[in-house]
Design a protein around this ligand. Sequence first.
Ligand code: 5CA
Length: 464
Amino acid sequence: MRLSRYFLPVLKENPAEAQIVSHRLMLRAGMIKQASAGIYSWLPLGFKVLRNLERIVHEEQVRAGHIPMLMPTLQSADLWRESGRYDDYGEEMLRLSDRHGRDMLYGPTNEELITDIFRSHVSSYKDLPLTLYHIQWKFRDEIRPRFGVMRGREFYMKDGYNFDLTKEDALHAYNRHLVSYLRTYERMGLQAIPMRADSGPIGGDNTHEFLVLAETGESEVFYDSTVTDIRLGDREIDYDDKAQCQAVMEEFTALYARTDETHDAAVFAQVPQDRQRSARGIEVGQIFYFGTKYSEPMGATVQGPDGKPVPVHMGSHGIGVSRLLGAIIEASHDDRGIIWPEGVTPFHCGIVNLKQGDDATDAASNQIYAALSAAGLEPLYDDTTERAGGKFATMDLIGLPWRITVGPRGLKNGVVELTSRRSGESVELSPEEAVKKVAGIYAPHHRAGAHWEPMARQSFHTWL
Ligand code: 5CA
């Protein structure tokens, strides 16, 4: 993409309404614009990152054996009356009626709708196990929408639902979700710690929230500091292997890590004192096992091996996809702007032409642009006539992890500058070497212990 043809409405001033850094940077980098309280338009740069996160979520869910689909945002109130949640859900639910006076609602979550789909089409235990998921907009009329996409009213969520014959099978589904979520967050450059939590209106008593530690987080958390040393990394996971998934779940949940709702001071006191931590965290996902809470009242039964109908065991599992943008920025920025992890960056590499209009720098910049594109990458080329300082400030603000700077002085010596946004370090290289280096960084499995993969090459959103 050439910046002169893109739509990147960056703001020079700090917007007064933004209280936390991620909200401020998303507004300043021209990623989002508030449409009304807690509801945002996703401008091109923000939309690109949102799509990248969505792609990672899809890849990891499909890898775990879960099946993508799409349910609507508007639902009929009747289904929610069946489960008993229509009255229980309270003010957070946005209720509407259509021209025939039928009660509708904008879905805050989808347990009822998916249970209805299941009961209409599945009648035998032989069709189990089954896990269906979608990524769709949700609406919760939060009393205090704030911090931009972090606590929105309209937000983008991945929600998945497992249907199993037995509790044991459903707990395997729970573990599969836990493991696939760990992979998902690590690919996004995040550490999200599973913590014992409260189930709220979803129900059940087996639930973990995934928390990214951050001072601006809305949740208060208590944990054993050694929990932050555990990584999933590159290990091969066989999602059909119950024992392996169980072992990973145990490894990640054995140490004390709880949100304030389930915090138990007496148990916490048994953690060695120098490892006791209390901090704040951003909840980027939550998994639930709730047994037959929905299948029983809604009649979602299958014929068991003995021919008798049994209600299925279910769980639901959510990732806050739009909230993740805020969480990643909270975890990865400096005073100049965002620092995108390679796995989610909107463009792989920036190209800054220090003397637009100069034959030599224009030609070299164009060549680098073409070579990076040919390597399957998506560069953002600042081909505007803005002065150098302004170009650098914009690149730093929007946070592309790598930048190639092309200037007349360097070109005389046959070099350009490759700069890491994270470390600030620059090296002088020939244009060909610079391209090779960047292409290598995004090559699969370049870094041991990290399993992010190059985006443009395998993205199902290359049209973006
Ligand atoms: N049905 C279950 C699992 S699919 C469910 O709704 N879980 S949830 O309530 O925990 O939501 C899942 C995730 O959505 C949360 O972990 C959080 O990351 C995100 N989320 C929830 N509310 C908001 C909100 N108001 N703004 C942005 N993200 C939110």
